[in-house]
Design a protein around this ligand. Structure first.
Ligand SMILES: [Zn+2]
Ligand SMILES: [Zn+2]
Ligand SMILES: [Zn+2]
Length: 138
C-alpha cells in the first residue's frame, strides 16, 4: 500500500518500529534492512562484548580453541588473560625459578627468602646475605 508522493515507510528489522532515522547494521552482524537507534546501540553492545572475549594466547598469540588456561593470580597478568598450555608451563617454570633463586646472586634459596624493598627495583626475591647487603647501603 504505497501512497503516491510519500516514501515507503521503513521498519526496524529487530523491533519492527517505523524508522525516522535509519541505522545501517554493520557487515559482521549479517542482517538485512535497517535498525532503529535503540536496536543499533543494543547490537553494538552485544558484539562488543563478544569481541572482548580473548581466544588467543596472551603470550604467543596462537589460537586457543578449548585448551585455554588461566594464568595464576601471582603472575599479575591482566584480568581475563588466557594462555595456551605450553606458555602456561613456561611461565610457571619461570615463576618458580624466580621464587627459588636469589634475584641478585642466583643462589638457590631455602624456605627463607626476602622481598626486596620497592626502591631497589628488583624483580624477584633475595637471599638473606644479599638483602642485608642492600639494606646496609644507604
Ligand atoms: Zn529497533
Ligand atoms: Zn601461548
Ligand atoms: Zn643472594
Amino acid at each position: 500500500m504505497r501512497l503516491l508522493g510519500k516514501k515507503q515507510p521503513v521498519y526496524c528489522v529487530v523491533c519492527k518500529r517505523e524508522l525516522k532515522h535509519k541505522y545501517k547494521p554493520r557487515e559482521e552482524w549479517k542482517m538485512d534492512g535497517y535498525l532503529c537507534s535503540d536496536c543499533h546501540i543494543e547490537k553494538t553492545r552485544e558484539f562488543a562484548l563478544k569481541e572482548k572475549e580473548p581466544d588467543v594466547c596472551a603470550i604467543c598469540k596462537s589460537d586457543l580453541g578449548d585448551v585455554a588456561v588461566k594464568p595464576r593470580w601471582q603472575w599479575n597478568m591482566e584480568p581475563g588473560t588466557l594462555l595456551c598450555q605450553s606458555c602456561f608451563n613456561n611461565k610457571d617454570a619461570d615463576f618458580n625459578k624466580k621464587l627459588e633463586f636469589c634475584a641478585v646472586c642466583n643462589k638457590k634459596m631455602g624456605f627463607i627468602r626476602y622481598n626486596p624493598k620497592p626502591a631497589w627495583k628488583i624483580n624477584g626475591q633475595l637471599c638473606r646475605s644479599c638483602w642485608d647487603q642492600r639494606n646496609a647501603v644507604k
